[in-house]
Every structure is written in structure tokens, then in C-alpha cells.
Design a protein around this ligand. Structure first.
Ligand SMILES: [Fe+2]
Length: 168
């Protein structure tokens, strides 16, 4: 496995936040932000990177995916936005893990700007457009990682567009 990814998985701050998030979401009826979700995003995003021949290393994609929702625990407990908290925590974890400064900045940008659900206008756009950079591939992967077709609470969900409308 890629070395930085392995270090992230062992990092105490990563493990502590993932565990807390798991506990806090036990009663949540909507989508969870657990390791299964993080790995689904990593795999789908890397498929898109390969399909579109985008110039991003697997290690970078997996590092971003593992960390993209790491701020959820802070959001649940302090009200801080998970984008801001996630970028801050990811910065600490990635630096400890020996990631390159340019990778840290790109991953922090992805965490700050990612949006797991998309608007009807964006859904229309993605019927024909292809992702051109990691942020676009990431947003699609985050969205496509959800299986709205199997969801018991899809009618109560605030997502304007359900993920099954776009799955290829
Ligand atoms: Fe996500």
C-alpha cells in the first residue's frame, strides 16, 4: 500500500475522529461518513482519474478520500463547519505522515470545497461533461458513492438530486 496512506490509517488523530464519528452516527438515519464511505470515494475517484487520464497519483487520491469527512466529528460536537475542521485536521495528520506540502495544500482545498450532493443544474452538466481535475472527480465520486436507490429514507433526504439518477 502507498506509504502515506498507511500512515494516515495508523495516525491517532485520524483513528480517534473516525471512531467518534462512527459512535455519533449510530442513530443517524441518513448516510454515514465512515471508513466504508471513505474507501468507496477513494475507489470511484481513482477510477475516474484513470478513465480520464488525469495526472493524480493513487496515494494522493486515497489520502484525500480518507480525510475528506474527518471534520464531521467536530461539526457534530462543536458546530464548526466540517470543511474548515477537516482541512485543519488533515493538515496536522498529513504533515505528521510526511506528505509533501503541495499535496497537503491540494487535499486541504478539496476538503474545503467538496460537496457530496449536487444540484439539478450540475446533474444536467454531468450527463455530458467529464471531470477535468481532481476536485471535479472527487465531487462526482463522493456523490456516486451513495446508493440512493437502496435508501430507506430517500424521501426524507434533503438531496435535491438522488445519486441513482447519475450512476453509469
Ligand atoms: Fe463524503
Amino acid at each position: 500500500m502507498d506509504e502515506i496512506v498507511e500512515r494516515i490509517l495508523r495516525h491517532p488523530l485520524f483513528r480517534e475522529n473516525m471512531q467518534k464519528c462512527f459512535e455519533l452516527e449510530k442513530e443517524r438515519t441518513f448516510c454515514h461518513h465512515d471508513m466504508v464511505h471513505a474507501l468507496n470515494v477513494a475507489r470511484i475517484c481513482y477510477i475516474l482519474v484513470l478513465e480520464e487520464r488525469l495526472p493524480y497519483r493513487r496515494e494522493l487520491v486515497y489520502s484525500a478520500a480518507l480525510l475528506h469527512d474527518i471534520g464531521r466529528t467536530a461539526q457534530y460536537t462543536t458546530g464548526e463547519s466540517h470543511h474548515a475542521a477537516g482541512a485543519r485536521l488533515a493538515g496536522i495528520i498529513l504533515k505528521d505522515c510526511g506528505a509533501a506540502d503541495e499535496d497537503i495544500l491540494l487535499i486541504q482545498q478539496i476538503i474545503k470545497e467538496h460537496c457530496s450532493h449536487i444540484s439539478a443544474a450540475e446533474a444536467e452538466k454531468w450527463k455530458t461533461n467529464k471531470p477535468k481535475n481532481l476536485l471535479e472527480a472527487f465531487d462526482l465520486a463522493d456523490f456516486w458513492s451513495r446508493s440512493c436507490g437502496d435508501c430507506a429514507v430517500r424521501d426524507e433526504c434533503y438531496w435535491e438530486v438522488k445519486s441513482d439518477a447519475l450512476v453509469r
